[in-house]
Design a protein around this ligand. Structure first.
Ligand SMILES: [Zn+2]
Length: 378
């Protein structure tokens, strides 16, 4: 496979109607995937902010290529409700009035809605963070829209759910998106965990959250004609006693093609690694993409993660943004402010994205690869 790699300014031209495009954004503490699934139809999965412009990364990108997000974005997916995947999503949901919203089935439960209400009515509870603020706003918008249209435009997702299925007009084949998770086991576990978070009536017990939204993250399989993509979200192996990724790889009902593109799960962490995925789900010359995660003492991917990923057969491994390990020197006042900041200082100035583009009509193998900002090949 011959790949054409270039680095560009953020003034791309829009892909043509028959070019598939995937863009992975990262800022060191955020991840988002933007897809052009041909015919000027777009899909946004998760959300993050460009720290340089303070704009929501996928919306900024769509504006830069002249796409009207309110008309052309057809599907929004919240893969899971962690802060690093959801910042700015409530604004995306407000803007993209033509899009269906897909959420993990684990959110579709009385316990979840009660939990959100509890968090917002009684802010002493420790789990009240950015992600619950975003979800609360999204639910408010959903309720308002239902008042106007009479309809909830949302999709509750579990293993085998079909999120999108449209004919590609110029090619005659299908653009299809299927969820490979959350697994039933994980949904049940999430319900039990969420139930445990709800305080008993008339108590002031502080909630210590043990819930891990990574366990019911939505993993997606995307087929655009002959192109296949596996987006791993943040799903960890321990989401299932037999290994969540092992269960997915061995699932006989999933699409049985091999993926050309792999968004590595959970920022390349060891706890999301499964060799069966490489053996059963990916071509030997696939392109691997990932975003870093830096927060407090945690920095992913670490050196051994990168080493492990580089040992795998693939035609390229790309990181959405390089995060400098060198700490900038500041005076004492600035150091104090930075320490009090919720984000690690290293993440504040990092941003980048990788765009993969391919014409679905001309049967060639080549991908056009565009890197922007701090994106890099590993
Ligand atoms: Zn994450």
């Amino acid at each position: 496979m011959k790949n054409l790699v270039s680095n560009n300014e953020m003034n791309n031209k829009s892909p043509s109607r028959h070019e598939f495009e995937l863009t992975l954004f990262g800022n060191g503490y955020g991840e988002c995937v933007l897809l052009h699934v041909c015919d000027n139809k777009w899909i946004i999965i998760d959300s993050c902010i460009n720290p340089w412009t303070k704009k929501i990364a996928p919306i900024e990108y769509l504006e830069s290529v002249g796409v009207d997000a309110s008309k052309q974005v057809k599907l929004l997916v919240i893969s899971h409700w962690h802060d690093d995947h959801i910042e700015g999503f409530s604004r995306i949901y407000q803007l993209c009035i033509n899009a269906k919203l897909a959420l993990s089935q684990a959110m579709h439960q009385r316990e979840f809605f009660r939990f959100i209400n509890v968090v917002h009515q009684r802010p002493i509870y420790s789990y009240a963070g950015k992600s619950t603020d975003e979800i609360k706003q999204i639910l408010d918008t959903m309720l308002n829209r239902k008042e106007i249209s009479g309809e909830y435009k949302c999709k509750w997702v579990s293993n085998d759910s079909i999120l999108y299925n449209e004919k590609i007009e110029t090619k005659g084949s299908d653009a299809k998106i299927v969820a490979l998770s959350p697994l039933d086991h994980s949904i049940t576990t999430a319900l039990v965990e969420i139930s445990n978070l709800i305080p008993k009536a008339n108590t002031q017990i502080r909630v210590n959250s043990s819930i891990n939204p990574n366990h019911f993250a939505i993993v997606l399989w995307i087929s655009i004609g002959d192109i296949h993509i596996l987006l791993g979200s943040d799903l960890e192996e321990r989401a299932h006693p037999k290994g969540a990724w092992s269960v997915i790889a061995n699932n006989g009902t999933r699409p049985n093609d091999m993926a050309d593109i792999f968004k590595v799960p959970h920022h390349g962490s060891q706890n999301a690694y499964c060799n069966l995925v490489y053996e059963k789900m990916l071509t030997d010359n696939h392109l691997s993409l990932l975003t870093p995660f830096t927060h407090g003492k945690v920095a992913l991917p670490n050196h051994s993660d990168i080493k492990r990923l580089k040992e795998k057969k693939c035609s390229g491994l790309y990181l959405a943004c390089r995060v400098s390990s060198k700490k900038n020197r500041h005076d004492a006042v600035v150091e104090k402010i930075l320490k009090e900041s919720t984000k690690s200082r290293e993440t504040l100035n990092s941003f980048g994205y990788i765009t993969l583009r391919k014409n679905v009509l001309d049967g060639k193998d080549d991908w056009q690869i565009i890197t922007y900002g701090n994106a890099t090949k590993l």
